[in-house]
Design a binder for this molecule. Structure first.
Ligand code: NAD
Ligand code: MG
Length: 384
């Protein structure tokens, strides 16, 4: 039996991980569950999965915990996240919270010798060097949950000692793939949230529309697979059936296929090195008929270029891109700015702040703070 702690259990990834736990009650015991503010949903989950501890990042007064759930240890704020990452008997810690808060959680879990199942790409985007170094030191390689990175990881299982020469990182292209740039820049919240293939949390759905998600995933792949950005090719693949692929020296390409359902990569990380049922059926290739591929339009989606530039700038540039983007996306979701303004705000933050250092957590958090400030500020001109 594996013991698992889930950070961000009320979210899109967290609830799907709990679905898998419910499907295999003899395989998994849940030791900790945390959420930000959705207490009703967390109460329901605690009632069902009976973890040792549970916590709300936004805080909870013990008097507010329903009587039947008081056997569980309730915690609040950052302490709750730290306890869930490192303080219970978990073998595995699924980090599926949103944002840079995931970085501390990943480091805490690794430090405590836990196996990290990583959905939170921001941890690698902002602190990839710290995370990978600690994972190496502890002998606990990170198991990716992001579908593309899970696909690459699965392909590499078949590679033995051979290193791939290139990674083919697939992207659906999002809801605006076929839209003219000007129309995309004026897109509404509803249009940006209408992802053609995947059902995910709001932030990552907007990132898929802007392709900042793919930019963040280039960074994630760079760290997870120690692959320079020039050897990571983004391939637009609107059907989202090939979740990514790797090329080898002999001309062979290995790919992983599946329907777009996150329960497959979540389940793979949870059961690794085994495979077990997830409730997902394999794709029906005859019904699909064909799979298509396109070059990404880097002029329309400057996010890809910005991500590569941030990676090559090093230091805190990726943290700056991430922090400014998070704030710009939040402003867009509140209806305060146009979609196109997200690019403008991130570009401006990078112009000003890309040279900041990121040698340790303090420097990373400071760069993040400054980037967020920049991401909140309105601009007078549109760069794109
Ligand atoms: P979500 O918004 O659906 O859920 C986020 C969860 O984290 C919720 O339980 C929320 O209460 C909690 N949370 C949010 N902010 C927090 C904070 N500051 N501190 C503590 N807890 C917080 O998000 P999601 O779509 O499940 O995504 C989670 C992570 O997984 C993100 O990093 C995302 O990029 C990544 N990811 C998601 C998908 C997907 O299909 N949803 C795919 C690949 C990667
Ligand atoms: Mg992904």
């Amino acid at each position: 039996m594996k013991k698992i702690a889930i950070l961000g259990s009320t979210g899109s990834i967290g609830t799907q991980a709990l679905d898998i736990c419910a499907r295999h009650p003899e395989e998994y015991r849940v030791t900790a569950l945390t959420a930000k503010g959705n207490r009703e949903k967390l109460f329901e989950q605690v009632r069902r999965f009976r973890p040792e501890m549970a916590g709300l990042a936004d805080g909870i007064d013990p008097a507010e915990v329903p009587e039947d759930l008081r056997g569980c240890r309730w915690m609040s704020g950052k302490e709750a996240l730290r306890e869930a990452a490192a303080g219970t008997e978990a073998d595995q810690v699924l980090v599926s919270i949103v944002g840079i808060a995931g970085l501390q959680s990943v480091l805490d879990a690794l430090e405590a010798g836990r196996q990290v199942l990583l959905a939170n790409k921001e941890a690698l985007v902002t602190g990839g060097h710290l995370v990978m170094e600690l994972a190496r030191k502890k002998g606990k390689p990170i198991l990716p949950v992001d579908s593309e990175h899970s696909a690459i990881f699965q392909c590499l299982q078949a590679a033995g000692p051979n290193r791939p020469t290139r990674i083919l990182l697939t992207a659906s292209g999002g809801p605006f793939r076929t839209w003219p740039k000007e129309k995309m820049h004026r897109a509404s919240r509803e249009e940006a949230l209408r992802h053609p293939n995947w059902s995910m949390g709001a932030k990552i759905t907007v990132d898929s529309a802007s392709m900042f998600n793919k930019g963040l995933e280039i960074m994630e792949a760079r760290w997870l697979f120690d692959m320079p950005a020039e050897r990571i090719q983004v391939v637009v693949h609107p059907e989202s059936i090939i979740h990514s692929a790797v090329e080898f020296e002999d001309g062979a390409v290995l790919a992983q296929l599946g329907v777009p359902d996150m329960r497959v990569p979540i389940g793979y990380a949870m059961a690794y090195p085994q495979r077990e049922s997830t409730g997902v059926e394999p794709p029906d290739l005859f019904a699909l008929g064909r799979l298509t591929f396109e070059q990404p339009d880097e002029e329309k989606f400057p996010s890809l270029r910005m991500a590569r530039e941030a990676l090559s700038a090093g230091g805190a540039a990726c943290t700056v891109l991430n922090g400014a983007n998070e704030e710009a996306v939040a402003a867009f979701l509140r209806g305060e700015i146009a979609f196109g303004e997200i690019y403008t705000r991130v570009a401006r933050a990078l112009d000003r702040l890309a040279g900041l250092p990121a040698r340790n957590l303090e420097e990373i958090f400071e760069a993040d703070r400054l980037a967020r400030q920049a991401g909140k500020e309105g601009s007078t001109s549109s760069l794109y």
